[in-house]
Design a protein around this ligand. Structure first.
Ligand code: AMP
Length: 542
C-alpha cells in the first residue's frame, strides 16, 4: 500500500522560493570582485535567479545541459547557481586553483556548454579557450563598466545578458533525482572525477546541515561561508542558509585574515566555516592587531585535520566554539560534525578537547563503519582503526560517466580512502588517508597526529609528515616544518617538544625545514609532491 501524501519533488528551486516567500527581506552581503561590499535580499536574488533561468532558456540551454561557473562566493554566483539548477540544467562549479590541464580535462569531460566566469579568471580562460571543445559562450560576471578587454571569442557581459530577460518565469517541475550540480574531486592521483549531485540529494543534505546537532542554522544566524561554493556546495551552506532564512555574508575574492575579520566584525557574523589554513591567517591577524571576536559563536573547521591547538585558541582566547567536521566532495560533503552530547556537559577541558579534536559524529542520513583489509567490520571502541566506509542518500553511487567503475560494495558502502576509529558514541577520528599512513615495522603511524602535535609548537607555522623508506622498518616518519617568520626553531627544539606526548616509536626520525609546503586546489597538503621532493632523502637512522 502506498502512502497518501503529496508528491512534492525535492527540487532546489523550492529552497529559494521558500527563502523569498518567508525571509524575503533577509540580506545577502557580498564583497564584490570589483571591491565594494554590496547588499541584496532573498527576494531580489529569487527574482534575478529566475531571470537567469529564463535567459538561459533563450540562449538555447536545455534541461540536462551542463553550465559551468568559475566564481567567488557572492550573490551573483548564488543567482546563477539557482538559475542554472532551477531550470533543470547542471551547475558545474569549477575550482580556479586547478592546473590548466586539469581544467581543460574536466570542462571537456563534463561537456560544459556555457561558462560564467569572474573577471579575475578571464586570463586563465583566455589561456585555455582554444582547447575547450564544447563551450559555446562565455559570460563574464560583471557589468558593462567593468567589462575587461578580452581575447575570448563570444564573450558576453553578464549584466547586459541578464537585462534581456525579465523574471516572469515559473520553475519547471521534474523528477527530484534529476542532476543539479557537478563538482570534480581534486584527486591527487589520476584525473579528477565528477561527483554529480541530484536535486533530492542537495535538498536532503541541506536539511541534514540544518539539523540542530549539525550546523543548525536559524533565521537569526549570520553565516559567512569562507569555504568556496566550488568546494562541494560551500559545505551545504549555499542550500542550508536560504532554507533557514539565515543572513549570508559572502567573502568574494578576499580570504586573508584582515578581510575576513572586517566582515566578521562589520556584519556581526555569528557562524562561519573554512579549512584550517584560512583560520591560521585570521588568528595571526587577530594576534598581531590585538583584536577580539565578540559576535562570533561558532566556527566549523574541516577539509583537513584541525589541530587541537587551534581549537584551544578559538575557544579559550576568543570564546568561539569550534566544531570539527569531516566530509568529502562525494558526500555533498558533510559526513560528521563534532558537537558534544548532553552527557558531556561539565567534563574537564582536557577531555573536552580530545573529544573536540575528533572529527565528530554522523548526522541522520549518514551511516559509517570501519573495516579491516578483508572487509570485516571492526569494533566501535575508539581504539581499533580501519577503512572508513559510508552510506547515505547524499553520497555518490558512481562518478560522472562511470569513471573509476563500481565504487560501492555489494551492500552499498563507499570506501572513503580514509582510515579512522569510531567510538561507542559515534565519534569518528581520522587516523590518516590510507595512502598517507606510515607503515613502520608492520604497525601504522598517523601522519595527522604527528602534524597536529608539531603545529602546537609556538614557532611552527605548518607541518607535514611523510613516510621515508627505511631498511629495517620499511618506512619511518620525516617531519617537514615551515617555521613562523622570524623564528629559528631547531630540530632538537621540536623533537623535545614532542617527546613524551606520543609513543616513543612514533617520534619522527628526522626534521626537515622548508620555506613552503605545497597544497592542492582545496588547500590540502599535497603529500604526493612532498614524497617526490624527498624521494632520495636518507634518514639519519637508515
Ligand atoms: P574533498 O573531497 O576535497 O573535500 O576531500 C575529502 C578528504 O579530505 C577526506 O576524505 C579526508 O581525507 C580529508 N578531510 C576532510 N575533512 C577532514 C578533517 N576534518 N580531518 C582530516 N581529514 C579531512
Amino acid at each position: 500500500m502506498l502512502g497518501l501524501m503529496q508528491d512534492w519533488p525535492l527540487l532546489v528551486s523550492k529552497v529559494l522560493d521558500h527563502a523569498a516567500t518567508y525571509h524575503g527581506d533577509q540580506e545577502i552581503v557580498s564583497r564584490t570582485t570589483e571591491g565594494p561590499v554590496e547588499r541584496c535580499t532573498y527576494k531580489e536574488l529569487h527574482s534575478r535567479a529566475r531571470r537567469v533561468a529564463k535567459r538561459l532558456e533563450a540562449q538555447g540551454i536545455k534541461k540536462g545541459d551542463v553550465v559551468a561557473t568559475m566564481a567567488w562566493n557572492n550573490a551573483r554566483h548564488m543567482e546563477a547557481w539557482y538559475g542554472i539548477m532551477g531550470m533543470g540544467a547542471v551547475c558545474h562549479t569549477l575550482n580556479p586553483r586547478l592546473f590548466p590541464e586539469q581544467l581543460v580535462y574536466i570542462m571537456n569531460h563534463a561537456e560544459d556548454q556555457l561558462l560564467f566566469v569572474e573577471t579575475t579568471f578571464v586570463p586563465l580562460i583566455e589561456a585555455v579557450a582554444d582547447k575547450l571543445q564544447t563551450v559555446k559562450g562565455v559570460v563574464i560576471m560583471t557589468d558593462a563598466a567593468h567589462m575587461p578587454d578580452t581575447k575570448i571569442e563570444n564573450a558576453i557581459c553578464y549584466e547586459d545578458w541578464l537585462a534581456e530577460a525579465d523574471d516572469d518565469y515559473t520553475w519547471p517541475q521534474f523528477d527530484e533525482n534529476t542532476a543539479a550540480g557537478l563538482c570534480y574531486t581534486s584527486g591527487t592521483t589520476g584525473n579528477p572525477k565528477g561527483v554529480l549531485y541530484s536535486h533530492k540529494s542537495n535538498v536532503i543534505h541541506g536539511m541534514l546541515a540544518n539539523a540542530a546537532d549539525t550546523l543548525g542554522l536559524t533565521s537569526g544566524e549570520v553565516i559567512l561561508p569562507v569555504v568556496p561554493m566550488f568546494h562541494a556546495n560551500a559545505w551545504a551552506i549555499a542550500f542550508a542558509a536560504p532554507m533557514a532564512g539565515a543572513k549570508l555574508v559572502m567573502p568574494g575574492p578576499k580570504m586573508d585574515g584582515e578581510s575576513i575579520y572586517e566582515l566578521l566584525d562589520g556584519e556581526k557574523v555569528t557562524a562561519t566555516a573554512a579549512v584550517p589554513t584560512v583560520w591560521l591567517m585570521l588568528l595571526g591577524f587577530l594576534e598581531e592587531n590585538n583584536l577580539e571576536l565578540p559576535h562570533l559563536n561558532q566556527v566549523v573547521i574541516g577539509g583537513s585535520a584541525c589541530p587541537p591547538s587551534m581549537i584551544e585558541t578559538f575557544e579559550k582566547k576568543y570564546g568561539v566554539e569550534v566544531f570539527h567536521a569531516w566530509g568529502m566532495t562525494e558526500m555533498s560533503p558533510i559526513g560528521t560534525l563534532g558537537r558534544l552530547k548532553g552527557k558531556h556537559a561539565g567534563i574537564p577541558w582536557d577531555e573536552k578537547l580530545s573529544l573536540k579534536a575528533k572529527q565528530g559524529r554522523p548526522p541522520f542520513t549518514v551511516e559509517v563503519k570501519i573495516t579491516d583489509d578483508e572487509g570485516n567490520e571492526l569494533p566501535r571502541d575508539g581504539k581499533a582503526f580501519g577503512h572508513l566506509l559510508v552510506r547515505g542518500p547524499a553520497i555518490s553511487k558512481s562518478y560522472m560517466k562511470g569513471e573509476g567503475g563500481e565504487i560501492l560494495d555489494d551492500d552499498g558502502w563507499f570506501d572513503t580512502g580514509d582510515v579512522a576509529t569510531l567510538d561507542p558514541d559515534g565519534y569518528m577520528q581520522i587516523t590518516d588517508r590510507a595512502k598517507d599512513v606510515i607503515k613502520s615495522g608492520g604497525e601504522w603511524i598517523s601522519s595527522i597526529d604527528l602534524e597536529n602535535l608539531a603545529v602546537g609548537h609556538p614557532d611552527v607555522a605548518e607541518a607535514a609528515v611523510i613516510g621515508i623508506e627505511h631498511p629495517k622498518w620499511d618506512e619511518r616518519p620525516l617531519l617537514i616544518i615551515v617555521r613562523k617568520e622570524g623564528t629559528e626553531v631547531s630540530k632538537e627544539d621540536i623533537l623535545s617538544f614532542m617527546d613524551g606526548k606520543i609513543a616513543k616509536w612514533w617520534m619522527p626520525d628526522d626534521v626537515a625545514f622548508v620555506k613552503e609546503i605545497p597544497h592542492n586546489a582545496t588547500g590540502k597538503i599535497l603529500k604526493t609532491a612532498l614524497r617526490e621532493t624527498f624521494k632520495d632523502y636518507v634518514l639519519p637512522t637508515a
